[in-house]
Structures are given as C-alpha cells and as structure tokens.
Design a protein around this ligand. Structure first.
Ligand code: PLP
Length: 390
C-alpha cells in the first residue's frame, strides 16, 4: 500500500541535502566547536555558517541567533528568561488561548509562582486582536507572547500590529514562529518582535534542534548554567551535525519559499475544496483568516476525529486530529474550543498538513478515500442516524 503523509505540522522528513550537510559532522568531522585545533575550527565554521543561514531565513543578524534543542526550549527560554531578567517584584505576562502548550505551560507555571497572567481570547477565526492586547497591558507587564501561525488551523496572527503596540509601550514581544518558518517569509524587523522561536524539524531539518532570535539589547536570563557557548546564553557542547542540518534546511526553505508555497497552497486548496464539495455538513476552521499555505483544519460533525485518523491510517493516509502532543487525549482541542466550536465538533475535526513531497496524485487519491471513510463512519454514528440532527 502506498502511504501518503499529510501530517507535516507534526514533523517533516529530512531533506536529502540536509542529511548530506549533516553527515561529515556525524563521521570524520567530530570536533568540539569550542576546541582550538583544526577539528574544533571545522566544527565552529559549520556552526557559524548555519547561524548565518538561519539568520537569513529571518532577515536577522547572525549574532542574534541562539541555537537550542528545539521549539519547546526556545519558547520556554523566551518566556521564563524574560520574566526572570526583568527587575521588580510584580510582573505580568500576556498570551493567547490558542498558543501551543510549549508556550501556555510555562506561562501557567509562572502564574502559579505569583506572576500575573492574562490569556486573551480569540475570535471565531482564531485571531487575537491588537486592541485587546493594548487593553490588557498593565504597568507591570513585562512580556507579550503570541504565536505567529497556529499549529492546528494554520491561521496567521497580526504580529506586526501587535509589535507596534509592544514597541510603543516598551514591552518585550515574543512570537512562536515554529509553524511559520519555511512556510511564509519572515522578517523580524517587519514583525517588530524582540524574540522569535523556530524549530528545524518543521521545515525538513532534523529533530531536536531549534533557534531563538534575540534582538540586540533584549533583557533575557539564561535557562541553564555551566559554560560559555552561544555567547554565554546557552551552555553545553553544540550538536554540530544538527546545527549544520538546520542551516541547510533554512537555506533550502529560503530559496524555495515562494515557488514551493504556491505549489503547496494549490494542493491544499484542491484538497480542501474537494472535501467540502464531497462531504455534506463539513467546514474549514479559520478559513476566513490568512493562513499558512499547507494547513487545512476540517470539521466533519457526527464522528470522532480519532476514529477518522485510525480509519485513514488503515487506508494509508497519515493525518492528525490536532496537535500531535495531544493525540491520544480525549479532551477536545483547546484551540478549537477557543474558536468557539462545540466540544463534539472540536472532537470531529481533522488536521491535514501538506509538505514538500506531496503530489497532486496523492491529493486526488485522498479525495476518493477520505469522503468514503467519513460516510462509512457516519453510517455507524448514532447521532448522524438521528434525522432530527442530520
Ligand atoms: N510551537 C508550535 C506552534 C508547534 O507546533 C510545536 C511542535 O509541534 C512546538 C512549538 C514545539 O516544537 P518542538 O517540537 O521543536 O519542541
């Protein structure tokens, strides 16, 4: 059976060029980037080249890029590091209800230790309003952390607008751009952010490596202590192979961004429109907002998302009910609940996220398979059989 992978927001395959860029540092070039000898120099050169490529993807200065172990660490560092670095006893953080748990959980942990926390609601499309941010600001607000693109719906938040508010009030702004990098063009100055988090495995790089952009002058405490790497901001011996892989992935993403995003958008739209046309009682969440080109979040009422994922997996199609981290959980997605969906509709939702290797043939095959699976599951569904509801 040919397998089709529509779960690129969970993770992506490593591009062949990325693997090739990593291989020397997993084999003969095994130096420690902090060593003085030639082995060390070669490793250092790879790290600095990768830093330049990652910076170019964000239109940032290489010196403002810090490598981390991935999106989760970057986001935790941005949030916890900002709050620790700010003087004063009374502190307040603003975030949104649709953040990834990598952003929500550190904020909740801070709240438990006495930091003020405002979790802003979103509208029906999943968008945070800059006016709501302005209203939520207090004299003791030290951080605004709002994601750039949502991992479940793909909707793009108005970060540039929020950036203006943050700059006017002199408050540090962080954005979780994990689902935006490699999908839309990024410019830290246009966005007006002080801190921005990305993760390589979401754009055809390796897992376990990410970066935090730190605008020069931003107050940020380290999370870890124990050495001088990454300009004293993050100790520990660098994972040179992973960093080289992230650099190559950033380079590929930047070169192919416009062309690839048009191609993927066309495939996504063909899949989405095809499903809406073939499956009665269905809709796309966040459809009216600007979205990253690869993501479609569809609700097919009367059936369970988990049942759809399992049935589709048996037919060779890999997709998700929402955030990969919450797969297996029975709770409806906090993102879809924040959009105002009823719990039973939030549970009846599929996330299809496309990537580089997907083709039109795969989309057309999915358009034959998915509606048939939904129809079969609905025939088994007691709620769908009820003519008063259906
Ligand atoms: N933020 C968002 C929006 C994500 O989608 C993810 C991964 O699913 C993360 C953060 C966490 O990134 P990582 O897997 O690199 O820790």
């Amino acid at each position: 059976m040919k397998r089709i992978y529509f779960d690129h927001n969970a993770t992506t395959p490593i591009a062949p060029e990325v693997l090739a860029a990593m291989m020397p540092y997993l084999t003969e070039e095994y130096g420690n980037a902090s060593s003085i000898h030639v082995f060390g120099q070669n490793a250092r050169e790879a790290v600095e080249q990768a830093r330049t490529s990652v910076a170019a993807l964000l239109n940032a200065r290489p010196a403002d890029i810090m490598f981390t172990s991935g999106g989760t660490e970057s986001i935790n560092h941005a949030i916890l590091g900002t709050v620790v670095a700010q003087p004063g006893k009374s502190k307040h953080v603003i975030t949104s209800a649709i953040e990834h748990v990598a952003g929500l959980d550190p904020c909740e942990a801070l709240a438990k230790s006495g930091v003020g926390l405002t979790i802003l609601p979103v509208d029906r499309e999943g968008l945070v309003s800059a006016a709501d941010i302005l209203r939520a600001i207090r004299p003791e607000t030290v951080l605004i952390s709002i994601m750039l693109a949502n991992n479940e719906t793909g909707t793009i938040e108005p970060i540039a607008e929020i950036g203006k508010v943050a700059a006017e009030k002199g408050i540090t702004l962080h954005t979780d751009a994990v689902q935006a990098a490699g999908k839309i063009s990024l410019n830290v100055d246009d966005l007006g952010v002080d801190l921005l988090s990305i993760s390589a495995h979401k754009f055809n790089g390796p897992k376990g490596i990410g970066a935090l952009y730190i605008r020069k002058g931003t107050q940020l405490s380290p999370l870890l202590y124990g050495g001088h790497s990454e300009r004293d901001r993050r100790p520990g011996t660098e994972d040179v192979a992973a960093i080289a892989g992230m650099g190559e992935a950033a380079k590929l993403a930047r070169i192919s961004l416009t062309q690839e995003s048009d191609r993927i958008r066309n495939l996504r739209d063909r899949l989405e429109q095809g499903l809406l046309g073939r499956v009665p009682h269905s809709w796309v969440n966040g459809a009216k907002a600007a979205r990253v080109p690869n993501t479609s979040n569809l609700t097919f009422p009367f059936i369970e998302g988990e049942a759809m994922v399992i049935a589709l997996d048996l037919k060779g199609i890999a997709c998700s009910t929402g955030a990969a981290c919450s797969s297996g959980a029975v709770e409806p997605s906090h993102v879809l609940m924040a959009l105002g969906l009823a719990p039973e509709d939030a549970r009846a939702t599929l996330r299809l996220s496309l990537g580089r290797q997907n083709t039109q043939e795969e989309v057309d095959h999915a358009l034959e398979t998915i509606p048939a699976v939904i129809e079969r599951l609905r025939r088994l569904s007691p709620t769908y059989k009820n003519p008063a509801i259906a």
